[in-house]
Design a protein around this ligand. Structure first.
Ligand code: 4NP
Length: 165
């Protein structure tokens, strides 16, 4: 099993979008039994809440159902539980680095910098205080980087399959 955690600030806009998009791509690839997907926020404000209604609506228009997701806060134990801890922006990355215990396994990384292919940017901008365009931009960026991430995961799964005959 490979485990992926997407992290933003509130876990109601950007990281749930990535969670839903990537979950859907993993299912289409027939890899749901080998890849686990989750998301979290660095802040505690929205624990237990569904994603923002604007996030749910924009995602639904592209065929992703985010309504079953519930917000949670990122935990120190996540860095041992997950193989990828993916930050949506530089502030999330800095907060994750501060949360990670020194001996924990997985270093957080910037999601777009590591995996985007069409877009050359570091951050998924926070859409919370902006208009509808921001939510479309989140989806565009996230879909691009999720494709890159899926390619990386396929390689890792193939490598593992070769190592364990
Ligand atoms: P997210 O967006 O980090 O993409 O979930 C935000 C959600 C809520 C707030 C800020 C950003 N907030 O200030 O409550």
């Amino acid at each position: 099993m490979l485990r992926v955690l997407f992290v933003c600030l509130g876990n109601i806009c950007r990281s749930p979008t990535a969670d839903g998009v990537f979950r859907s791509m993993v299912a289409s690839a027939g890899l749901s039994d080998q890849v686990e997907v989750d998301s979290a926020g660095t802040a505690a404000w929205h624990i237990g809440k569904t994603p923002d209604p604007r996030t749910i609506k924009a995602a639904a228009e592209r065929g992703y159902d985010l309504s079953v997701l519930r917000a949670r806060q990122a935990l120190a134990t996540d860095f041992d539980q997950f193989d990828y801890v993916l930050a949506m922006d530089l502030e999330n990355l800095s907060n994750l680095r501060a949360l990670k215990p020194a001996a924990a396994r997985t270093d957080p990384q910037l999601f777009l910098r590591s995996f985007a292919r069409r877009f050359n940017s570091d951050e998924v901008p926070d859409p919370y205080y902006g208009g509808a365009d921001g939510f479309e931009q989140v989806l565009d960026l996230v879909e691009d980087a999720c494709e890159g991430l899926l390619a990386d995961i396929r390689q890792r799964l193939n490598q593992r399959a070769k190592e364990t005959p």
